[in-house]
Structures are given as C-alpha cells and as structure tokens.
Design a protein around this ligand. Structure first.
Ligand SMILES: Cc1cc2nc3c(=O)[nH]c(=O)nc-3n(C[C@H](O)[C@H](O)[C@H](O)COP(=O)(O)OP(=O)(O)OC[C@H]3O[C@@H](n4cnc5c(N)ncnc54)[C@H](O)[C@@H]3O)c2cc1C
Length: 383
C-alpha cells in the first residue's frame, strides 16, 4: 500500500534510498560478519549531512522536523540496523538535546564533531537498579563548590565504550527524585572517575555494543550540566518520545525490505513445479506482512505529522513503538519461513535481520512498559 508523501519528502526519501543502496547495502554483510564498522562510514554520513538532519540551521544542521528525519531513518534501516542508529545521532538523540538545551559553549564543543562524524556520543539512563523503572535509579551527583561529584553505575549503554562524551542522567535531589530532582550532565571520556567496566556483545548484529560504565567520585564542573539542574528527567522523556518514533520508523524500514526480499524470493523459487508465489500459503504471508506495514505507516506518519504541528500526542509514540517493534518481528518471522533454509543460513540478510529486530522490543522502553503507559491512558479516560 502506497502512502502519499509531499513531493519534497518523496525526493528526500529517494535521495536517501539511492545513497543507502550505493554506499551502505554493499557493506551490510561484512559488518555483520566482522562486528566492525568500517572507519569511513561516520565521516561519509557526516559529509552527506546525514548526521545533522535534525539539528537547527543556526548550528549548521538541516533543521528537519521529526517527520522527514524519521522517513530518512526508515531508509537507513532498510539496510543494516547500525546505519539507522548512527544516523539518529547515536546516544538517544543527544545532538538535538544539546542543540535545544545546551549552552553556547556546549554547542561549540560538541556539535560540530557530532555533525562531521569525528565525535561519538552515548546516552546513559538505564542502570542495574533502574531499567524499566527509571525512577528507581541510584546514580547520584552531589553539588560541591564549582561542580558535581558523581557516583553510580549505568549499563546497557549503546556505544558508551567508544563515545567521546556521554549524556548522563543522575539524581541530584534524592527527595524530589524524578519530580524535579534529576539532572543531565555531559561527561567527557577521560574524566577521572569515569570508567568503562564492561562491554556486552548482544544477539543481534553486534556493531555498537552495550557498555557498563561506572562513576567513582567522578568530578565534573558546573558547565557540564545540560539544561537546568532538575530538568534531566524531562529531557530524558523528550528524548524517549522522539526515540520511540525513530525506532518505529526503523522497524518500518526493515519490515519493508524484508517483505520486498520475501516477494522476490517467492517469485524466483520453484517447488513442485511452480514458483512459491503461486501458492496461497505463501501469498497469505506476503499479504499479512503488507497489512502489518500499512497499518504501521498510517499510525506512525500521522503521529509524526501531529508532533511536527506541535500537537501533544500523549501516548501515541508508545502506541507506535509497541505496534512497530512487534510488527517487524512478525514480518521477519514470515520472511524466514518464506526463504526456508536460506532464511536461517548466516550470510543472508534475512537471518541477520531476524536477529536484529528482536532488540526493538526492549530498547527505548520494552513492550510491557509501552502497554503499561497506554493502559494507564485508556483507564484515565473513563470515570
Ligand atoms: C539494544 C539495546 C540498546 C539499549 N541502549 C540503551 C542506551 O543507549 N541507553 C540506556 O540508558 N539504555 C539502553 N538500553 C536499556 C533499555 O532501555 C533497558 O534494557 C530497558 O529499559 C529494560 O530494562 P531492563 O533491561 O533492566 O529490564 P527489566 O526492567 O529488568 O525488565 C525485564 C522484563 O520485565 C518486564 N517488566 C518490567 N517491569 C514490569 C512490570 N511492571 N509489568 C510487567 N512487565 C514488566 C520488562 O518489560 C522486561 O520484559 C538498551 C537496551 C537494548 C536492548
């Protein structure tokens, strides 16, 4: 099912698709095999402006709204999952948070490196004490003269071991906690007391690994605070809203490619004297995936349009993220089934994508957490 986009958006989508096909798709299997990102990728994305899509024009970005930006992410996610992550700026949308809430000094120090691909970042919210329940976090920053002393541990932080700096979310008022007692800090790698204690490889195509980081009397200056003290949880929530929309579009992009590959395979593979595409059992799987993707696009594009128009969309990002992350799992499962043995042999994109899409049901808030948020909203509507 075709979703009509404005000609401007269509042109942008076509340009990104052309770039992804020419420059990124040829690398996706070798990245999966080696677990390494070729060093030219980040600078290449930077050169083409793909690391600055959402940043405002006054800092050198393209000033895109969330809708066009997410359409671009959808295209990146047709290839390897890592490209979508990189194009989203890594680090839970840290670049846009710095552009919106950073001081002129922070913008100067960090943004140009993120835009040209010479700097990497990460977003550290989750910790052993507070995963789904972020309000249980224990990492704490105590105010001292001229700065803050941080103690605590964060884990499952995408790319924190490779990051030049991270955005850290910590408790700064143990009484207020998530009601105005949480602050965001920009912490540079190499700051004494900021240590990477562990790097986890995961079941997916593991290029950007998950790191555990520890803060042991790590002292940062007042100038490291991003936004205002006490504003950190709002900043994290803002990042999660946009992050959930970004994940939703990434799921759509991956699902669309899986369906395309499934249809192509079904037409070409002959069993019992006929192509698979002539069998009703296979046609129904293709049809179900098409319906899944169409429903996802309709809800996601409408939510994005409303966000860009300044509408308070409430729990719609949770609805989108929940639906899309589960939808891409169903589409990937059907794709494996249609490809038969080829669907589970390493070295074919379907097998890699099947592994990769499992992440989406956990990161940026698990399916259960999205259901909790959505149900709370539903129950509020009746007396
Ligand atoms: C690929 C990936 C990348 C990530 N990147 C980052 C990152 O860059 N930065 C960052 O800060 N974090 C990151 N995370 C962490 C992620 O946000 C957490 O893993 C997630 O919030 C779940 O927390 P948890 O792992 O502690 O699971 P838990 O909170 O222990 O939950 C375990 C299971 O129980 C369910 N559950 C929990 N509470 C309830 C409840 N009340 N009712 C019903 N079910 C419940 C959960 O849904 C889950 O299925 C990443 C995770 C993944 C998988």
């Amino acid at each position: 099912m075709k979703y009509e986009l404005s000609s401007e958006l269509q042109q942008m989508r076509d340009a990104v698709r052309k770039f992804v096909k020419a420059e990124l798709e040829p690398l996706e299997q070798s990245i999966d095999a080696t677990g390494e990102l070729p060093p030219h990728i980040l600078p290449l994305l930077g050169k083409h402006g793909y690391l600055a899509m959402r940043l405002p024009e006054e800092v050198g970005g393209a000033g895109m709204g969330l809708f066009p930006y997410c359409i671009a992410l959808e295209e990146f996610s047709r290839s390897h999952r890592v490209f979508g992550l990189l194009a989203s700026g890594g680090g839970g949308l840290t670049p846009i948070a710095i552009a919106r809430h950073g001081t002129p000094e922070q913008r100067n120090n960090y943004l140009s490196g993120l835009m040209d691909g010479s700097k990497r970042t990460a977003f550290a919210l989750t910790e052993p004490a507070g995963g789904s329940d972020n309000s249980a976090m224990t990492t704490q920053a105590n105010k001292v003269d001229g700065g803050w002393i941080i103690n605590g541990r964060k884990h499952y932080i995408n790319g924190a071991h490779d990051a030049d700096f991270i955005t850290l979310i910590a408790i700064t008022d143990p009484v207020k906690r998530t009601r105005g007692g949480v602050t965001a800090f920009l912490v540079d790698r190499g700051t004494p007391g900021f240590n990477v204690t562990r790097v986890d490889t995961t079941m997916g195509s593991d290029v950007i690994k998950l790191a555990e980081i520890e803060f042991d009397n790590c002292t940062v200056p007042d100038s490291a605070v991003l936004g205002k003290p006490g504003q950190g949880f709002d900043l994290a929530k803002e990042s999660l809203r946009d992050g959930r929309m970004a994940v939703s579009c990434s799921c759509i992009g991956t699902a669309d490619r899986l369906l395309e590959m499934s249809a192509a395979h079904a037409k070409q593979r002959v069993t019992f004297g006929k192509p698979l595409s002539e069998r009703q059992a296979i046609q129904w799987m293709l049809a179900d995936s098409e319906v899944d993707i169409a429903a996802a696009r309709a809800m996601v594009y409408e939510t994005l349009r409303q966000i860009d128009a300044g509408v308070n969309v409430g729990t719609a990002p949770s609805v989108c993220k929940l639906y899309c992350s589960e939808m891409v799992g169903r589409v990937a499962d059907r794709a494996v089934q249609i490809h038969g043995g080829m669907g589970i042999v390493q070295g074919y994109p379907v097998e890699r994508m099947y592994r990769d899409v499992r992440h989406y049901r956990i990161g940026e808030g698990s399916s259960e957490v999205q259901r909790m948020l959505i149900a709370k909203d539903v129950l509020k509507r009746v007396p």
